[in-house]
Design a protein around this ligand. Sequence first.
Ligand code: HEM
Length: 426
Amino acid sequence: MEKFCKQYTIWSETGESEGRPGREDKMSDAAIEVKAAGKPVPVDDTITLEALTRDPYPIYKRLRAETPVVRVPKMNRILLTKWADTKYVKDNPQIFSSNDPITPMHRAFRAHTLMRKDGEAHKCERMAMQGAFSPKVITQDWVPRYEQVAEEYLDRLPRDEVVDLFPMLAAPYAARGLAVLLGTEEASDEEMIRWSQALIDGAGNFGEDEAIFARSEAANDEMDALFTRIEARHREHPNNSAFSVMLNAENPIPLSQIWANIKIAIGGGINEPRDALCTILYGLLSNPDQLERVKANGDWVKAFEEGVRWVAPISVSGRYVLEDTEIRGYHIPAHSTVMTIQASANWDEEVFEDGHLFKVYRESNPHQSFGNGPHFCQGTHVARRAVGQVMLPRIFEKFPNIRLAGDVEWKGWGFRGPINLPVLLG
Ligand code: HEM
């Protein structure tokens, strides 16, 4: 019998490995003891996904001031926009489960990934990958590789021409960095980017559009074929990549979950470093005084933190409410879904002065762009090093006269960032 994480067998048998919030299975609605009363949550039926995708920040500002806990019937969600509330929800997984049953994630990934699991089942799968994310491995294995990739990709850019850095640098650099970390280097940048987008679109396909699922299905087929091909290499030559670490563990998790969690990393590990890089570059290039100070002090990681605070690459997260509870005196019913809006938390007037401004040298920066609680982003340090420490200084060293050369368009709600970054490289 395959030897894997002993605990896993128990969860598999009880169905918990599917990530189902165990308590929900055992409780009928009638049996739920109403622990919280509270005022009814106010309703806002003016908010649309289109408006949030175009520019959510004026909406967040109004919500923080008027209705920080608000139900949006069109989205079937309760939105939370204050720093204290988004943190509270993520820090309390015993009430707010990560397994939001109304997302189409399972179909998009053909599996239940660690992102939608709770408790020990989540911990077991997260720890299975941890070897690839340790500070020592990042320093010894990944940073030198990222430096090579950064040099190589910067060398490909033409000088004295207007170049869109989004497709020409940010996306492929994020894709290659992820392929190195995961152990999927046989995949091209184009494949990694296409698969990532197909998974994201599938996971957000609330309208159940079959064409979108067809693309995520095709991407799953291609990824499954790749994982089958690379297994022998990782078994024969164990290394520190996430795939290899999981495969060669003493008590490996099931192969199906190894695949699932490599997929969640592909789905969630390209857009954010790509968008973070473009956002930070825009922030620095449109604030030359700050850029000069950052260059003089080598404060690239500080600039990174401010960029991800300013426009959070993952702006929202969903949590499924397991029991009746209260937030800010409002009644949050069991079985509802709350959305923690970290992008709004990062501009909360109670925590940040001038949150709408890019200010590298703000006094403190307790942003929530990497989340909170047990699902805190596992790639935080990798992203910080790859973007902040490796890429940013190299761009300005190679192109000291780089400047913005056109309008920049911003888009997205769940994932948000610039969708182009035209610059003149000199
Ligand atoms: C600037 C870059 C990044 C940002 C802003 C970011 C943001 C986030 C956020 C907000 C979460 C938590 C979601 C939730 O609470 O439901 C998360 C989770 C995660 N991130 Fe990142 N991420 C970044 C880069 C990366 C990279 C490069 C990887 C590499 C694989 C990665 C891997 C993960 C994983 C595996 C999780 C799930 C952790 C868990 O469920 O335990 N992230 N990320």
